[in-house]
Write a protein that binds this ligand. Structure first.
Ligand code: TXA
Ligand code: MG
Length: 331
């Protein structure tokens, strides 16, 4: 199959919608990462997503809507708290889990009785959903296990020959996937941190962070979000989080400068270092691209100065610790 990359415009939106209406799949930009979209209500279309990504069948997909009305047939009920969060954070990088209705096929929900719903803020994503008139299931448009794609070129690297169309909407502005939450009584339970932070959510209710966010799930441990148990975001390079800051980090890196390694620093540390970003927002935007570039440059090891875990930093840490397979260099 020939894979076209077309810029976001009326024509490419029409073409994507046509493909999706015919039960096909296409890649679309969102503000978080690029998504591989199919009609969320069409079992066979959704199955093609799993095939193209090589994704385990029990890992459920997020269902994307473009206006609030669209959620109604999909879920049993929208709790008051969820409604408030939707008013504040939709459209945007927040995914909420609801009890699903029969409208959502089992393949979309990975066999669960719940469904994850999000309303993306990206214009191209919204235009495609609007044109389709049905919700789109869309996981990140990478091969399963690889770093998520934050540009059309990244999608092309993983999906060339497997999908007919990628809409190019430029670099993703957030750079890490949406925050995924469920509700535990009156509490907000964060399953995956993202652009909508724990701090932002805590203005609405008590927030608890799933322990799988920072630590490795034990073998056979039951996890609420199936995506948490898989190895993730991994480049070929061996990634390490280095729990040393500033001068100590520099010293550590100098002792390893003869290795075929990249040293990602939280600022401009001069020759030999790659500036990963001074703020968590910048780090989030650069993370997946840098992991992919490390592989393009045949880098063996990537050492990363430990990010702050506040704000979007928790999302950066969560993706990094998985890319690192939970390996940390301690003092
Ligand atoms: O920003 C995003 O969310 C991107 C863009 C494309 O919208 N999508 C994305 O999808 O990251 P994906 O499939 O790569 O990640 C979905 C995550 C997985 O960890 C999955 O296990 C979890 O959401 N998830 C989906 N449905 C769920 C459910 N019903 N219960 C618990 N976790 C769920
Ligand atoms: Mg993903």
């Amino acid at each position: 199959m020939f894979t076209k990359i077309e810029p976001f415009c009326e024509e490419s939106v029409r073409e994507a919608a046509q493909i999706l209406k015919n039960g096909g799949i296409a890649a679309i930009p969102t503000e978080t990462v690029y998504g591989l979209a199919a009609n969320a209500l069409d079992e066979n279309a959704v199955k093609s997503i799993f095939t193209a990504k090589g994704r385990p069948q029990d890992n459920p997909l997020i269902v994307h809507i473009s206006n609030f009305e669209m959620i109604k047939p999909l879920v049993v009920d929208v709790p008051k708290l969820a409604q408030k969060l939707a008013e504040r954070f939709w459209a945007g990088p927040l995914t909420m889990i609801f009890d699903k209705t029969d409208v959502i096929p089992g393949v979309t929900s990975g066999g669960l009785s719940t469904v994850a719903v999000r309303m993306p803020a990206n214009d191209a994503a919204r235009a495609v959903i609007e044109k389709c008139g049905f919700p789109l299931a869309a996981p990140s448009a990478n091969l399963s296990g690889k770093p998520s794609p934050t540009s059309a070129r990244h999608v092309f690297e993983d999906m060339n020959g497997k999908i007919p169309l990628i809409i190019d909407g430029g670099e993703c502005t957030v750079g890490v996937e949406s925050t995924v939450i469920c509700f535990n009584g009156d509490k907000i339970h964060i399953l995956r941190p993202g652009g909508v932070t724990a701090e932002m959510l805590s203005e609405f209710a008590e927030v608890e962070i799933d322990k799988a966010v920072e630590t490795a799930p034990k073998q056979d441990e039951r996890v609420i979000s199936p995506g948490m148990k898989y190895k993730h975001y991994s480049p070929k390079a061996d990634v390490w989080i280095v729990k040393l800051r500033a001068e100590k980090f520099v010293k550590f890196c100098e002792s390893r400068k003869d290795e075929n390694a990249w040293f990602l620093s939280r600022g401009d540390y001069g020759k030999g270092f790659i500036n990963f970003g001074e703020t968590a927002e910048i780090q989030a935007r650069r993370l997946f691209r840098l992991l992919r570039e490390a592989d393009e440059n045949n880098i063996e090891t990537v050492y990363v100065e430990i990010p702050d875990k506040s704000g979007v930093g928790l999302a950066v840490y969560n993706r990094l610790i998985r890319a690192a397979g939970f390996k940390v260099v301690d003092e």
